[in-house]
Design a protein around this ligand. Sequence first.
Ligand code: WTA
Length: 682
Amino acid sequence: MESSIGMATRIRTLAALAVFKGFSTLPNRNPMSDTIESLSTENRVFSPPSNFAATARVQSLEDYKKLYAESIADPESYWAERASELTWQKPWETVLEWKKPDAKWFVGGQLNVSENCLDRHVAAGNGDKVAILFEGEPGDKRAVTYSQLLADTCKFANALKARGIKPGDRVIIYMPMVPEAAVAMLACARIGAVHSVVFGGFSAQSISDRLEDSEAVAVVTADGGWRRGKVVELKASVDEALEENTTVKNVFVLKRTENEVTMRNGRDHWWHEEIEGASEECPALAFDSEHPLFILYTSGSTGKPKGILHTSGGYLTGAYTTYRYIFDYKDNDVFWCTADVGWITGHSYVVYGPMANGATQVFYEGAPNQPDFGRFWQIVEDYKVSVFYTAPTAIRAFIKAGDSFPEGRDLSSLRLLGSVGEPINPEAWMWYHTKIGGERCPIVDTWWQTETGAILISPLPGATPLKPGTATLPFFGIDAAIVDETGKEVAANEGGKLVIRKPWPSMLRGIYRDEARFKETYWDEYWDQGFYLAGDGARRDEDGNFWIVGRLDDVLNVSGHRLGTAEVESALVAHPAVAEAAVVGKPHEIKGQGIVAFVTLKTESNACDALSAELRNHVGTQIGAIAKPDEIRFAAGLPKTRSGKIMRRLLKEICASGTVSGDTTTLEDFNVVAALQQTSED
Ligand code: WTA
């Protein structure tokens, strides 16, 4: 029998292709739905275990349906009720002001996000409760209570203020997964500065692009972080990124690894020196509900990442509520979300969601396979993790590493599992369910995006029957639908585009400094209807479950992380040897999608393995290691339309099947395709 993982990946890719082709013929007929239907034969159903349901926040499908119907009949009341569970310094006057495409939630209300994540738990007598159970990759451990986290946040907030950082100023955070990363974010929130976290795996060039776009005035970083036994030289990348920068006046450097770094006089300051003598009190000033909280850059279909803007009151309401219901928050839970704070998952389900609820959680700095693939399960055992949230790509890597790693550990503390980042293939779901969840833990497959701020489609673990591979049903207040090109909802099991038909509190408020791109990317397609376009293809089954098929634009999903094909292409053409490049995704056993780059050289005869390695590294320095193509294919020419547009669809087909069977009538020169088919047969 074929490897189950390989098979599942192929099914997914075929389905994605089906969507792609299907849309070219819409709205007359929708052939993709047949394809998807026939490919998806998943009919196993897992009902919530009765002992889990008995103590869950929502205990049956009937309850969910009733509450959902109420929430959808009047989303504003639903969200206002949830928001009122937070601490507001000034109550709002209007729940929602919706002037398409701009939403304002809880207008007139004022709050401090860090007060909600820290002070209110201390005030409620929970100051001694552990907020963060930290484990560094080398094995160092630290427990930080809510009182301590509040004091640390206030001190660092005072240090930021002392260096002149004001409300509205942008601060780039480029840190390892240590408690201070959360402290830096919360300190910004406390003083109204807008953080923009850059994933520690991104390159100097990526930091520099984000610095330029955000016009940040400060950077918070570290002398390094531990990853696979080595030091990641974060400060050195920041130095490189700052070479030509004119806006950054202050750099705060945490000592984490004792790695040698250069400190520029007047600009660079050691974190520990800055907080020395700083007060442990810093007033939690009230900010407007719509005060910007953070910008997080993510990939789109152009070469330039977009700065997704989130604001305070609505975002926090979304993160707080979804964490509470979807992870069925209990006071004594030990939660562990394995995402880095550099991604939206790390914002909403490491920092703001769990902390707004006063949860205890694990922070782990390093790689899942350091020293071996048993590390995660050792952590689950040691800290008695009860709720565990990770990505399908990690699960596939664990499957490949072998069952002996989890089998040697006591995982009985786990009661709930979660998945995010891409559709989880049923085989990975089953392995997660049996080997990690001991067949007793529900799995919440959570669909959402950087733009949505919080989970929008997911099971409620005590209520929703699970089918491996579907994110199931929309969360309360979320009006999700699958529509055709005209905006009409499609029938059950027919494929279409995923849209959200009503505004929700944690929705993005824009693309930083690019109003036109915001409108065009998410709203123009269904402007008359006022729908938010998610950019994913999907179908709903007869029970209303949403099956996400994949992106409809030129965005790849590599190991659950978004990368624009155009970004990788522009990195490649920045190399002096390259004339032109086209990048497409290809099924990959572990990563879900791998990257194949078709490259034409200025001098064709230069093609060789050494250049191929050089180009891969070049992309690594331009963007970061996750963007390195798995494969470089040198080509004499790329398939183009008569107007010169690269036909990526054909390249995808060549990657997936080696040949082209789709429509080639718009192709300028078929010989190019013939040559590419030839090479893939070799
Ligand atoms: C994909 C990550 C299927 C989807 C939180 C989406 C998923 C993109 C799921 C957003 C899921 C995320 N099932 N697909 N459970 N979760 N996706 O912005 O294509 O990094 O549009 O946010 O990931 O990626 P982003």
